[in-house]
Design a protein. Structure first.
Lengths: 623, 543, 100
């Protein structure tokens, strides 16, 4: 029965309606705003759930509907929606997290005077993200892709009077825009190369899957790399990851919703949607894998040295997105999407937990916290579940998805397997550091008056914690249901005992080391900082990537700007001024000839007349 | 057939501002509110009529079904010189017409002018003469888009120039007279070149012989239809070499001459557009003219350059335009990048917007250079879209200047706290300007790039770089104004009044409409321009 | 007959032109202008009598010219008097207001 899938276009309309109502309300009706926003996302969630339940049976048919957006001569640009198992899964993830964040924000943002505006932005974001997920072609995907970017921008800059928030919002928009420009060129390229200029995913699949040879490998690689550039920007992959840690200036529920669970995963989703293009090009696949792998280890090491709780989680997100990319690059579509699925829950859980902590202690520096475990039991327990899931400890969900990625890596690319293991070790280490510093030990200054957050905030934590435990069981080494549901055929990359043992071992090792250093205190925390101060500094400043950009891009751009404005002022404007001055000086010179004597003028006229007469008459006498 | 076909609707649109002008003249000059109301109502008439016309326009026809023609100026020449000639004259017509290209621009003009009339609340002196020039300016702009005779076109083009000269020179800011002079001189040069080109056109392509029995009429016509037909017809005098004709042919337009004419038109309209080295005058106008006038200037007057380039440059000389497509595209890319980089440098918000206009008009050039239907659509779309967006931006600039007394970026900040509505509109307009999907800027930009990509990959890629830079400078300036800590002295400022909010909302609504449902514009443009363009190419290629 | 008339008129015209261009006294300049006009009249009458196509038009024209010359002299002298009252001189060298 395809009944619910046909109604999928309604899903984004619920949050859109909520957004419109909230915008019309302005800053008034604070309580109603919370209610409207939550209802919008709840309705969307309910319908998404119905669709997924509808599609759980075998062989659900994809449903597609599109209409002409622009018709120009023989060309048409279309907009439409499509429900596949992948999009159905994304729908549920997006609407669920969105709904939970709506509920959570009722507590977290309670005292903000612009809470209605906040809910409006969240509703707009949910609408755009759902539109992105449902899009049936690259153009409409791009449209919503930009819209989620702008919502992210608005929400990062939500507390606009903070200069840091302003800078972060600007950076988030511009850096992702660089990736978007790549994606745009990719779309242009695809438009002119595809038969019939079709941009919808179904046609893309048939063209690239059928080995028709309609498009040469070189162009395919180029298109794939350009699309990947878009994904790099959105999903915070190296080297365009710089915006994501800064985006933590936004309210914490937003970090959970946009910068952990949904929007940043859009890059992974995009590649999954256009996977056939990538599979056609070995070079593109390798690039994706290596960029993902590098980002995974790179960001994980940076997270080790951060002191801001949200920045740690942000770098962790970057790192986990790297894992997803790596999985996609290693031909494991299921692995990437599976990790996206589990990660959405446990990372949203971690961020919301972090929000709960920040709400209680009013600081983000983990060194100022401590001993919160006894005061905030729900937060501590749920956070622990999230941390274990992220560290890849069975039976929590993160273990199963990470295991799948590592298995895929071991089979095809041992180097990336090692990188993945090292990343997993770092992950476990920084999470245990975070956990022990925040919840264990003696309470520090900021933790004095801390108390558990209200029920509106703990309820989403509990729901997400449950999901973080159970979400992994949809795909285990002995149960390939998720993979077969997603792609139609079960993925066989499973079951290698080596991988399971190795991944559990590094996870436990990381946690043990973290406990030794930060929990028990038997190893001095400063041991590395004393021996290798430059290394710690390097990690703290995240390898100086920001500084590098400032030196390589921003400075030259400013210099070009300065040079051009001099050029504009003195060369272009100068020519104009010289021309003007020349004209008026010629005028002034000829004005000298005027002496005001009528007789002189008439004499000149007579002389001229005589010359003309002589010239005309004299011609007769010439031979 | 609707009632619109029975009334001279184009003349009504064109002349109704003049009616308002007469009313304004009759009102006492110290009654500012009467004058403002009368002028606003006078701008509503062409708006209502052109909206009606737009909704009623038969998209399937490729001609101009609402044409109006009257003989206007006839300069008789000495017919005794030729035997058997009954008439021998220069003939200029009062010929009006619309097609899918001019109709959206007429509507844009009417809309932006009406909104600017509302925004003219800031005029503090000599209201009467302000609105006289204002309404005259509107007639001029409408005339430019409606005229179907080169001479008529020229006259209206000049009317806008003169009206603008006074509007800048009397009601502008500090350096207004300098700005007005530079405006007039620069555009005067452009007009002179244009006039010369038109005279050459009339004397070659405009010539036609009507054989009536034994008698023949020799007519130099300024009619655009005649010129276009002759240019496209391989058997017309203008396209026949003396060898083909076996006699002396003073009306032949040689290849060299076609090139000269094309380049003359390119320069003449390039100054107006403005194209890269000719842009300096525009900066002064943007900074010195009063906001409601800049709304019109940047919203409509710049479009006249692109319109002229398209109507006369590209449509009359398609071969030259095609051969020079790379040059046009190159100019477009230079405009985009040059404008964007310099906009990034400016400390004065009005200058940021001025350079951003240069950058955005570059996209129009790209669309023209694409030389396919998609690119052409993109160019027209970008014209309309940029008209709306820049009008909106300057509307807000005017309102903000009235409150804060400055447009220096360094002196502004945090206005979102005291003026949330206006800041929200400014941010949205900025996002529209940087090409956010869902708002009109994206469609024009996307179509232009898409069209150009077919033939010029690398130039398109370079232009996409401009898309990134646009985001940089728009966000930099808009966020500087609205976000950040608020200056103490700005905290008591009030948000937009109703009379300011209405034009903002109307313009924003149109921007949203075009962004979400672009077919409302593209379909109108498509059926007349697409067909005409193809046909033009085919005939020229055949000849 | 015609050449002698024309020669006479030419001589008169040249004298008038010389006076109009060279003389300092404005009254003399005005007189010289009259002289030139009369030279033209002479030509007109001569042509109307001895021209290739004799007709009355020339004589009618000369009547016109005489009338106009009279009016011109009246206005000229009036301006001259006004100028004299203003500047206290009839020396044309000092009438150079046009320069500024």
């Amino acid at each position: 029965m395809e009944m619910y899938s046909q109604a999928a276009w309604l899903i984004p309309l619920f949050p859109l309606a909520a957004f419109l109502v909230l915008t019309a309300l302005g800053r008034s009706f604070r309580r109603a705003g919370v209610f409207i926003g939550s209802i919008g996302s709840l309705a969307a969630f309910a319908l998404s759930l119905l669709i997924v339940i509808d599609r759980l049976g075998a062989n659900a048919v994809d449903y597609n509907y599109a209409f002409d957006w622009i018709r120009i001569g023989d060309y048409t640009l279309r907009i439409g929606f499509e429900v596949t198992n992948l999009t159905a899964m994304m729908l549920v993830v997006v609407t669920l997290v969105s709904f939970l964040v709506n509920v959570y924000s009722a507590g977290y943002m309670k005292n903000d005077e612009r809470i209605t505006v906040f809910y409006g932005y969240v509703a707009l974001f949910t609408f755009s993200m759902l539109g992105l997920v449902l899009s049936d072609n690259l153009l409409s995907l791009y449209i919503f892709w930009e819209l989620v970017g702008v919502c992210s921008f608005l929400l990062v800059g939500f507390w606009y009077s903070k200069p840091k928030a302003r800078a972060a919002a600007k950076k988030a928009f511009i850096v992702t825009r660089i990736g978007d420009a790549g994606l745009l060129i990719g779309i242009l390229l695809l438009f002119w190369y595809m038969p019939n200029h079709a941009l919808d995913f179904t046609t893309i699949q048939s063209v690239f899957d059928g080995q028709t040879g309609a498009i040469t490998t070189g162009i395919t690689t180029l298109i794939a790399l350009l699309i990947f550039l878009g994904a790099v920007g959105k999903s915070g992959q190296f080297p365009l990851h710089v915006w994501l840690p800064d985006a933590m200036e936004g309210p914490t529920p937003i970090s959970a919703l946009i910068h952990a669970a949904t929007m940043v995963a859009a890059g992974v989703f995009l590649i999954a949607r256009t996977y056939d293009i990538f599979q056609d090009s070995a070079a593109a696949m390798e690039t994706v894998a290596y960029v993902g792998g590098f980002t995974a280890i790179f960001a994980a090491t940076v997270a080790l040295a951060q002191n801001d709780i949200k920045r740690i989680l942000a770098y962790s997100t970057v790192s986990q997105l790297g894992y997803m990319m790596m999985a996609l690059g290693l031909h494991s579509l299921t692995g990437g999407i599976f990790h996206l699925f589990t990660h959405a829950f446990f990372k949203a859980l971690l961020f919301l937990g972090a929000g709960s902590i920040i709400h209680a202690v009013h600081t983000q520096n983990i060194n100022e916290m401590g001993g919160l475990g006894s005061k905030m039991r729900v937060t501590a327990w749920t956070f622990a579940i999230g941390a274990l899931a992220l560290s890849g400890i069975p039976p929590f969900s993160g273990f199963w998805s990470k295991d799948m990625i590592l298995t895929a890596a071991l089979e095809t690319n041992p180097l990336l397997f090692v990188v993945g293991l090292a990343g997993a070790f770092c992950t476990a280490l920084y999470m245990s550091r975070l956990f022990f510093l925040v919840f264990m030990g003696k309470p520090k200054s900021a933790a004095a008056g801390a108390h558990e957050s209200p029920a509106t905030m703990t309820f989403p934590l509990i729901v997400l914690a449950v999901l973080a435990i159970i979400a992994g069981f949809v795909e285990t080494p002995w149960n390939g249901w998720f993979g077969s549901w997603l792609s139609g055929e079960p993925e066989d990359a499973h079951g290698s005992g080596v991988v399971i043992i190795a991944s559990i071992a590094v996870g436990l090792l990381g946690i043990y080391l973290g406990w030794l250093v930060y929990g028990k205190g038997s190893v001095s925390r400063t041991v590395i900082a004393e021996r290798l101060p430059w290394l710690v500094k390097l990690l703290e400043r995240s390898y100086y990537v920001d500084e590098l950009y400032a030196a390589v891009i921003v400075k030259p751009l400013k210099a070009i700007g300065a040079a051009l404005s001099v050029f504009d002022e003195y060369v272009v404007g100068g020519v104009v001024r010289v021309a003007g001055a020349a004209t008026s000086s010629v005028g002034r010179l000829s004005a000298r000839l005027q002496n005001g004597q009528v007789q002189t003028y008439s004499l000149a006229a007579v002389i001229g007349f005589v010359i003309i007469v002589v010239a005309i008459v004299g011609r007769r006498f010439l031979p | 057939m609707s009632i619109l076909h029975d009334i001279p609707v184009l003349s009504l649109i064109l002349l109704s501002p003049l009616l308002g002008l007469i009313v304004v003249l009759l009102l006492p000059k110290h009654r500012s509110s009467w004058l403002k109301t009368a002028a606003f109502i006078a701008t509503l008439i062409p708006l209502a009529l052109s909206l009606w016309l737009y909704s009623d326009y038969d998209k399937q026809q490729s001609g101009a079904p609402f044409d109006e023609q009257l003989n206007w100026v006839e300069v008789p020449l000495n017919k005794e010189l030729q035997n058997g000639v009954s008439e021998f004259m220069f003939k200029f017509q009062y010929a009006l017409g619309i097609d899918g290209l001019s109709l959206p621009l007429v509507l844009l003009t009417a809309l932006v002018t009406a909104m600017a009339a509302l925004a003219a609340f800031h005029v503090k002196k000599r209201w009467k003469s302000f609105f006289v020039w204002f309404l005259l300016l509107e007639t001029g702009m409408l005339g430019v888009f409606l005229a179907r005779d080169v001479f008529l076109f020229f006259v209206f083009f000049e009317i806008t120039l003169i009206a603008m000269y006074f509007l800048i020179g009397i009601w502008g800011y500090h350096n207004r007279e300098r700005a007005a002079n530079q405006f007039l001189l620069y555009n005067g040069i452009g007009s002179a070149i244009m006039l010369l080109a038109f005279v050459l056109l009339v004397n070659t392509a405009g010539f036609r012989i009507e054989q009536i029995g034994e008698q023949a009429n020799f007519i130099y016509s300024g009619s655009y239809a005649d010129i276009a037909r002759n240019m496209a017809d391989p058997n017309a005098w203008v396209n026949m070499s003396p060898e083909q004709l076996d006699m002396f042919n003073p009306f032949q337009m040689t290849d060299t001459m076609q090139w000269v004419l094309f380049i003359m038109l390119l320069v003449a309209f390039g100054i107006k557009l403005p194209v890269f080295p000719f842009h300096t005058w525009m900066l002064k106008v943007h900074t010195e003219a009063p906001p409601s006038v800049v709304m019109i200037h940047s919203g409509v007057l710049l479009k006249m350059g692109a319109y002229g380039l398209l109507r006369f440059g590209v449509m009359l000389f398609p071969e030259q335009a095609r051969d020079w497509a790379v040059v046009l595209a190159l100019l477009g890319v230079v405009n985009i990048l040059y404008g964007a980089v310099l906009a990034f440098r400016q400390q004065e918000f009005k200058l940021v917007l001025a350079y951003s206009s240069i950058s955005h008009m570059g996209i129009v050039l790209l669309g023209l250079a694409a030389f396919n239907e998609i690119g052409l659509q993109g160019a027209v779309f970008q014209l309309v879209s940029h008209g709306l967006i820049s009008a909106l931006l300057f509307l807000i600039v005017g309102s903000m200047y009235e409150r804060t007394g400055t447009t220096e970026l360094s002196k502004l900040g945090g206005l979102a706290r005291s003026m949330p509505f206006m800041s929200g509109v400014l941010l949205t307009a900025g996002l529209a300007s940087l090409g956010l999907p869902g708002l009109s800027g994206f469609v024009g930009e996307f179509l232009s790039l898409l069209g150009l990509f077919e033939s010029m990959r690398w130039l398109t890629a370079a232009a996409v770089l401009g898309v990134i830079l646009t985001a940089v400078y728009v966000l930099r300036s808009v966020l500087k104004i609205t976000f950040g800590p608020q200056h103490e002295k700005y905290s008591p400022l009030k948000d937009a009044r109703l009379i300011e909010a209405i034009p903002m909302i109307v313009l924003l609504a149109f921007i949203l409409l075009l962004g979400c449902y672009p077919s409302v514009l593209t379909d109108t443009v498509q059926y007349s321009i697409g067909g005409l363009f193809e046909q033009l190419l085919a005939t020229r290629a055949g000849g | 007959m015609l050449p002698s008339y024309l020669t006479m008129a030419a001589i008169l015209f040249c004298i008038g032109l010389y006076g109009a261009l060279v003389k300092r006294n404005a009254v003399v300049v005005l007189l010289s202008v009259e002289l030139m006009l009369n030279a033209v009249n002479l030509n007109l009458v001569a042509f109307s009598k001895y021209g290739v196509v004799p007709s009355l038009t020339g004589q009618i024209f000369s009547l016109f010219t005489i009338t106009v010359a009279a009016a011109e002299a009246a206005i000229g002298v009036a301006i001259l008097i006004a100028l004299f009252r203003l500047r206290g001189t009839v020396n044309v060298d000092e009438f150079d207001k046009m320069r500024r």
